[in-house]
Design a protein around this ligand. Structure first.
Ligand code: SF4
Ligand code: SF4
Length: 61
């Protein structure tokens, strides 16, 4: 299980700098999380201004 970034992302980059394991990077149209590295700490969700990162454990696209 990991966090994922939804289409709400405005590519501000704040989460990438805050992630303790540096698993967030810039994608084509939004930032993305490497699920193999994410430790599900929730920091990205806490710092995101638009609540784009969500726990990837439901149908929450
Ligand atoms: Fe990084 Fe934590 Fe967000 Fe996973 S939940 S992407 S480890 S900040
Ligand atoms: Fe996207 Fe939120 Fe990360 Fe900014 S903090 S890059 S809006 S997911």
């Amino acid at each position: 299980m990991a966090y994922k970034i939804t289409d709400k992302c405005i590519s501000c980059g704040t989460c990438a700098g805050a992630c303790p394991v540096s698993c967030i990077s810039k994608g084509d149209d939004k930032f993305k999380i490497d699920p193999e590295v994410c430790i599900e700490c929730g920091t990205c969700a806490g710092v995101c201004p638009v609540e784009a990162p969500v726990k990837d454990d439901e149908n929450n696209d």
